[in-house]
Ligand binder design. Structure first.
Ligand code: 15L
Length: 253
């Protein structure tokens, strides 16, 4: 079975296309830039181009949709093309090609303006903290629509802080390690009972505040914990916006 990864040259895309084959996944890559290497099945093109997407979807069983502007300070013009139009084009091309399953990279920032709470549910209502967060909430809504209307299996990942190691004190709670990102994608690509799911994309962080149960129900069992990287990072002051809001200091930008 063939899986298409959009945004395959990005940080998460690179991690996934390097590691998922070890778990038995056959991949096709799509990005605006060529992924260097030999023997790579890839389509170079933009996700706002239906023709490029139609080629990319041929024979595909599942899509991991990562492409888009990842910046919390992205302008409306930028999210309009890459995230709003692009995500619609990806879901629609997937439907037209009979793709069974889509894993969509959403973000914690779709609910970033929610006051932080212990074990925040993965289906915390949408409260975006940025136009980027708005675009991710829109992607979740599209996913829900394609699941309900067309029976597509859809998992939306509200990803925390994807980095090789936690870069700051907030990330001690919101970190998603590369290894756990691979485990999460694998679980969503293989869960037999997936219909529509909203899950947090975070590791098993000792200081975590996001409910991991919906992910576990899909077969995602995170193994990494930001705590092992805590030395030298400050403890968050409760008054710090990074502590007060799910999306951290993005609420102030
Ligand atoms: C995200 O969704 C962003 O793409 C990334 O730039 C970080 O802001 C990350 O969330 C985070 O919350 O740490």
């Amino acid at each position: 079975m063939l899986t298409l990864i959009t945004g395959a040259a990005g940080h998460i895309g690179t991690c996934l296309h390097q590691e998922l084959p070890r778990l038995g996944h056959r991949l096709r890559l799509m990005d605006r830039v060529r992924v260097e290497g030999t023997g790579i099945d890839q389509v170079v093109g933009d996700i706002t181009d239906p023709g490029a997407l139609a080629r990319a979807m041929e024979g595909v069983h599942a899509v991991v949709h990562l492409a888009g502007d990842p910046s919390t300070s992205a302008s409306f013009e930028s999210v309009l093309g890459a995230n709003i139009e692009g995500t619609y084009r990806v879901f629609e091309a997937a439907r037209l090609a009979g793709v069974e399953r889509v894993v969509f990279a959403s973000s914690n920032h779709a609910a970033g303006f929610t006051p932080r709470q212990e074990s925040a549910p993965a289906d915390t209502p949408v409260r975006p903290d940025s136009l980027y967060g708005v675009s991710k909430a829109y992607g979740e809504a599209l996913g829900r629509y394609y699941a309900d209307r067309y029976g597509m299996r859809v998992a939306c990942l509200r990803i925390g802080s994807f980095e090789p190691r936690p870069p700051d004190a907030r990330a001690l709670s919101t970190w998603l390690s590369p290894g756990d990102m691979v485990r999460l994608a694998h679980a969503c690509l293989t869960a037999p009972d997936l219909t529509y799911a909203l899950v947090w994309g975070v590791s098993a962080n000792t200081r975590g505040w996001l409910d991991l149960e919906p992910g576990r129900a899909l077969g995602y069992h995170p193994r990494d914990d930001a705590e092992v990287h805590a030395a030298g990072l400050p403890v968050l002051d409760p008054a710090d916006p990074d502590h007060a809001w799910l999306g951290g200091r993005t609420v102030e930008s």
